[in-house]
Design a protein around this ligand. Structure first.
Ligand code: BTN
Length: 326
């Protein structure tokens, strides 16, 4: 009820009468009044004017269940929400949930992580109330070796959502870091549970540096936040909902083709490495070349000095810019 009331108030610029709400949701005035009070307790500022009704004039900075449910515009992605104030890692939580039957599209969101996980065994810091940490449960009918491409799909969704909400020129550093002005803004960690020939579930974990005023000294040269880039704090809920919307759209195209075939053009449009010099750090084999784009398997196409083109697979190598992080 709370999220339905919130949704109705959010849609309206002016007042919504209590009577209208009762009629729409087929409940008593007392039920509406209770819902309004609960929302106020959660930090929403709601004006109540006799004979006019209710109007929302202030929102808390919340990524809570009710807030997200009332704003989510997707069909399935993020339609089931689990919100946690603090958790060790949203990926770990989502994996447990998936083991116990958590449905496709379930989104686990936390306000803080105590043991956030990064790629290659590294950690990921999620300061309380200032960042986005979320993990999406997926159950795609795909061959397991194609699951890693979902990371590229998620990277695209995040970059495009950030562009939409902030107007900033977010780009992708292959395969899936989202960068702004050459600095890392987002990390994605995809984990897979599969049999030889079928996927049980995929958990795609996304961390976004949103309202962090200053990055820790040790990463200041290579990492940034939206607040640093824009000079003002942002609404985390809006970003989460936009990411889910974009992800749902790209996921559909990805599943239609079974790979990145229908998405390569759009991916390359926002690829920071495109036509830039990169250094490929393959175990036992380092070389430089120009990144030209990706193929339908999501591999980076690197043109070497002798004119040959190498398809670089994300799992094995890391790619660096020559002078900078990108
Ligand atoms: C990277 O190393 O770039 C990947 C970082 C992924 C961090 C996110 S935050 C939400 C989810 N939960 C985790 O423990 N990790 C991912």
């Amino acid at each position: 009820m709370k999220s339905r009331i919130l949704n109705a108030l959010r849609k309206q610029d002016g007042y919504v009468s209590g009577q209208e709400l009762c009629r729409e949701f087929e409940v008593s005035r007392t039920a509406i009044w209770k819902g309004i009070n609960q929302l106020k307790e959660e930090g929403y500022v709601i004006e109540a004017v006799p004979r006019k009704g209710y109007r929302i004039v202030g929102y808390p900075d919340s990524v809570g269940k009710v807030e997200l449910e009332s704003r989510m515009e997707t069909k399935w992605a993020g339609r089931q929400i689990v919100y946690l104030k603090t958790v060790n890692s949203t990926n770990n939580y989502a994996k447990k949930l998936a083991e116990n039957g958590g449905v496709h599209g379930t989104l686990v969101v936390a306000d803080a992580q105590t043991e956030g996980k990064g790629r290659r065994g590294r950690g990921w810091v999620t300061p309380k109330g200032a960042a986005i940490a979320m993990s999406l449960i997926l159950r795609p009918q795909l061959i397991p070796s194609h699951a890693s491409m979902l990371t590229l799909v998620a990277g695209m969704a995040v970059a495009v959502a950030i562009r939409g909400v902030t107007g900033l020129e977010a780009q992708i550093k292959w395969p899936n870091d989202v960068v702004i002005n050459g600095k890392k803004l987002t990390g994605i960690l995809t984990e897979l549970s599969a049999e030889m020939d079928a996927i049980n579930y995929v958990v795609t974990g996304i961390g976004i540096n949103v309202n962090i005023k200053e990055m820790p000294l040790e990463v200041r040269d290579i990492a940034t936040s939206l607040q640093i880039q824009l000079g003002k704090p942002l609404d985390r809920g809006a970003i989460i909902c936009e990411v889910m919307k974009a992800f749902e759209e790209y996921y559909q195209k990805f599943m239609e083709a079974g790979d990145m075939y229908l998405l390569t053009e759009e991916y390359e449009r926002i690829l920071a490495n495109k036509n830039k010099q990169v250094k490929v750090l393959e175990p036992g084999n380092e070389y430089t070349g120009i990144a030209r784009g990706i193929n339908s398997q999501g591999e980076l196409l690197v043109e070497r000095e002798d004119g040959t083109v190498a398809a670089v697979y994300a799992g094995e190598v890391s790619v660096r810019g020559i002078y900078q992080y990108v």
